[in-house]
Ligand binder design. Structure first.
Ligand code: KDG
Length: 335
C-alpha cells in the first residue's frame, strides 16, 4: 500500500515537472468547435494553429477541441465573453441571438454562389458585422466556410416542398431557420449540434440539414437514409476570439493571430469546396441521394419567399438591401 502511494506521488511529481518544463508559451489559446476532428473545419484550425505557433516563435500555444468537448456554439460564445475560453468558430446562425444583424446571412437562397458569399462577407457589410461582435466582448477575425446546407431525413425521399410537410427537422438555434422550415410545413426543432446524432438515432427528429461534409464525416447516413441537394442556405462560419484575451496580447501577437486567421480562411474555403463534391459522391453509395432539377429547386425558393417579408424589419431593411445590392454587383461584374 505504502509502496503504491510512493509510486503515485513520484508519477505526479514527474507529470507536474514535465508540464512545467514543456509549457514555455506565454499565451495558450483553447479553440473549440462542434464538428469532429475529421471535418474541414478542424483541419483548418490545425493549419491556423501551425501558423500561429510558428510565427509567434512558440510564444502562443493553440490547443484544439472538437466534437463539442468545450460546449455547444452558444455556450462557447458565452465562455469567450467571460474570458473562460479563447476561441471558437460557430456558424453565423447561432450568432444571431447575440448580434441581430447576423440574421441576414441565414435567409434562404440568399447567396447564389460561394463566390458571391465571399464577396459580401469579405466586403464592408461582412466587416461591419464582425466589428459589432466587439460590443459583446468578442473579436471577429474572419469568415470561414461551413457551406451549402442539404436536407437529410429518415422518412421519405424529398423532391418538393410538399414532401417536407410534417417532417420533424432539427435546425440550428436561429429564428430564420425555424421560420423557413415552418413555412415549408415541417415541424422544426432547434437543438445544439452535439445532441443531433442521438436525436436522429432515437427518432426525436426525422431529419436535419447540414453540408455534405458534415453528413458524411459525422456518419449521419447511419441514421438517415434520404438526402436532397436543397442547398437552401449558405452557412458561413465566423472564427472568433475572446476580447478579454485579445486585449491582453501585445500588438505583434495580435497581428500573428489575425494574419493566420486570414491565411487559414483561404485554405479553409479552397479545401472545403474541393472536398464537397467528393463527399457527395461518397454519400451516393450510402443514402438515396436526390438531385433537384432547376424547376424543383425553384419550387423550394418560391415556397420560402415569405420569410424575407417576415424578417425584413427585424433584420433592418437597410442591411438587407445592402447585402442584396452587393450580391447584384457581384453577379453583374464578376460572374
Ligand atoms: O463547429 C461548428 C458546429 O458547432 C456547428 O456550427 C455546425 O452547422 C452546424 C450545426 O448544424 O449546428
Amino acid at each position: 500500500m505504502k509502496r503504491k502511494m510512493v509510486v503515485s506521488v513520484l508519477v505526479l511529481i514527474m507529470v507536474v515537472s514535465f508540464s512545467l518544463t514543456t509549457r514555455a508559451a506565454d499565451y495558450t489559446i483553447s479553440a473549440g468547435i462542434g464538428l469532429n476532428d475529421k471535418s474541414v473545419q478542424y483541419q483548418s484550425l490545425q493549419f491556423f494553429k501551425e501558423l500561429v505557433e510558428t510565427n509567434s516563435k512558440g510564444r502562443i500555444e493553440v490547443e484544439l477541441y472538437h466534437s463539442s468537448q468545450l460546449g455547444d456554439d452558444r455556450e462557447m460564445m458565452e465562455a469567450l465573453q467571460m474570458g473562460l475560453q479563447e476561441m471558437t468558430c460557430p456558424s453565423t446562425a447561432p450568432i444571431a441571438p447575440f448580434v441581430n444583424g447576423f440574421k441576414v446571412f441565414d435567409l434562404p437562397f440568399l447567396f447564389p454562389s460561394n463566390q458571391s458569399a465571399d464577396y459580401v462577407l469579405d466586403g464592408p457589410v461582412g466587416q461591419q458585422l464582425l466589428n459589432q461582435l466587439e460590443d459583446i466582448g468578442i473579436i471577429g477575425l474572419a469568415y470561414w466556410e461551413n457551406g451549402y446546407r442539404q436536407l437529410t431525413n429518415s422518412v421519405r425521399v424529398v423532391r418538393s416542398p410538399q414532401d417536407v410537410k410534417g417532417l420533424k427537422v432539427r435546425t440550428m438555434e436561429n429564428p430564420i431557420h425555424l421560420a423557413a422550415w415552418r413555412t415549408l410545413g415541417a415541424n422544426p426543432t432547434p437543438m445544439a449540434f452535439g445532441e443531433l446524432f442521438s436525436a436522429m438515432q432515437q427518432g426525436v427528429v426525422d431529419g436535419q440539414e447540414n453540408p455534405w461534409g458534415t453528413i458524411y464525416l459525422q456518419n449521419f447516413f447511419e441514421v438517415q437514409n434520404n438526402t436532397t441537394d436543397t442547398g437552401h442556405v449558405y452557412s458561413p462560419f465566423v472564427l472568433m476570439i475572446s476580447k478579454k484575451f485579445w486585449d491582453k496580447l501585445p500588438a505583434d501577437l495580435q497581428t500573428v493571430i489575425y494574419d493566420a486567421a486570414q491565411k487559414a480562411k483561404l485554405h479553409n474555403r479552397k479545401f472545403n469546396r474541393a472536398m464537397n463534391a467528393e463527399y457527395l459522391e461518397k454519400l451516393k453509395g450510402k443514402m438515396n441521394v436526390t438531385i433537384l432539377t432547376p424547376e424543383q429547386r425553384v419550387a423550394f425558393q418560391q415556397a420560402v419567399q415569405p420569410v424575407y417579408q417576415q424578417f425584413a424589419d427585424e433584420i433592418g431593411p437597410d442591411l438587407l438591401k445592402k447585402v442584396q445590392q452587393e450580391i447584384a454587383v457581384y453577379r453583374q461584374w464578376f460572374e
